[in-house]
Design a protein around this ligand. Structure first.
Ligand code: SAH
Length: 363
């Protein structure tokens, strides 16, 4: 057996093992890693890739993360928040197309007006999206940052059942390098624990290729995420935005960064088996076929963009974000083709919940 096969067959991977897999760069070894992750996905989850139509409903943000294009301090951004009608319309379109689930994402705000608004939207989407195909309505995932347990409970009771909150990095030093002092990893971990307790399916992830990030840091991220035992994973490459303080620090070379992201997806699939893993849009910012490659390396979720085209350009977290001028209809066709290219089928009219969550509940 080849060294890489021995490594991938180990029962537990150490930080050093993971570093070794992350740094693979010869085609033969990469192909073994890719095949193992892909086949494991087929075996554990099946052949389907699930869609979650994402509505980036506001770029107003109270935070000032040094990497993010919509940070509060960026005065170049034209701020918007969609109306309740616009949000509902986008989500109902996605229900009609058979997506099964939607994601509501926005900049982070904790004020009452925002919380009331989000709660109302969840309730309306849930109510209005019930159909014969989806008797319980659309599955709703939220991605609106750190919130108090009371607010999270309100969102859950209104009908959201999945929540994404990235840790961004689990290295204390790096976290401090890329965020202002008022944010912390502990706060995010606590929020993830609260979400779990309330009953949400919980997702997290990190950015890869951050300036100063070492492969050891990413290996630690992977082990941390495994230990947290989350249900869903959404991770992606860090890509600079010209109007942010981090821009001048540059970025990793694109091909190496894409491969690093794919290897990270594969390792998490191998370690965590039945979790949902997203092939995120940022992968495609690096290469036209980035998301298909994500699926080939073990991802099983894709998030087509449903944000109305007139504001899409304004939700720019990083430079070169793809599809900012593409109508949702084009997005649908394009993605279906991409899924088929990766030899998977789309799981229509299905929430496509995390098996990891279901399997944990059974214990
Ligand atoms: N405010 C919400 C969601 C919006 S940001 C929240 O905090 O959860 C969604 C994700 O985009 C972030 O978690 C971050 O990982 C990613 N992101 C932000 N800026 C980025 C950049 N420059 N490159 C790559 N990903 C970025």
């Amino acid at each position: 057996m080849k060294d890489i096969e021995v490594l991938l067959n180990k029962n537990e991977l150490t930080q050093q093992d993971i570093v070794e897999i992350l740094s693979l760069d010869n085609q033969e070894d990469l192909s073994i890693l890719q095949q193992k992750a892909y086949n494991l996905t087929t075996e554990v989850i099946g052949n389907k890739v699930y869609y979650r139509g994402i509505v980036e409903f506001s770029n107003i943000c109270a935070l000032d993360c040094f990497y993010c294009g919509i940070r509060r301090g960026n005065k170049e951004v034209d701020r918007y928040i969609l109306t309740e009608e616009e949000i509902i319309e986008s989500c109902l379109w996605c229900e009609k197309m058979g997506y099964g689930s939607c994601v509501l994402q926005a900049g982070e705000r904790q004020d009452r007006k925002f919380v009331d608004f989000v709660e109302k939207c969840i309730r309306e989407i849930k109510e209005q999206s019930k159909s014969e195909k989806l008797p319980d309505g659309l599955g709703i995932t939220l991605s609106v940052g750190v919130q108090s347990p009371e607010v999270l409970k309100r969102f859950f009771d209104a009908g959201a059942h999945r929540y994404l909150l990235r840790l961004e990095t689990t290295s204390e030093n790096l976290f401090r390098e890329i965020h202002p002092r008022n944010q912390s990893i502990e706060e995010r971990v606590r929020c993830l624990e609260n979400l779990r307790e309330i009953g949400f399916q919980v997702g997290t992830g990190v950015m890869l290729g951050l300036p100063g990030q070492k492969l050891e840091d990413i290996a630690d991220d992977i082990l941390f995420i495994k230990k947290l035992d989350v249900d869903m994973i959404g991770l992606g490459p860090y890509i600079p935005h010209k109007d942010t303080p981090m821009f001048k620090k540059g970025m990793m070379e694109k091909d190496a960064l894409l491969q690093l992201s794919l290897n990270t997806i594969a390792i998490l699939r191998i370690l965590m088996k039945d979790v949902n893993i997203a092939a995120t849009t940022a992968l495609q910012a690096l290469e036209f076929r980035g998301r298909e490659k994500g699926i080939e390396y073990g991802a099983n979720v894709i998030m087509p963009n449903l944000t109305p085209v007139n504001v899409r350009e304004k939700y720019k977290l990083y430079d070169g974000k793809p599809c900012t001028d593409e109508a949702k209809e084009d997005c649908l066709r394009c993605l279906q083709m991409r899924v088929e290219l990766a030899k998977r089928e789309v799981g229509w009219n299905d929430w496509g919940d995390s098996l990891h969550f279901k399997n944990r509940k059974r214990i």
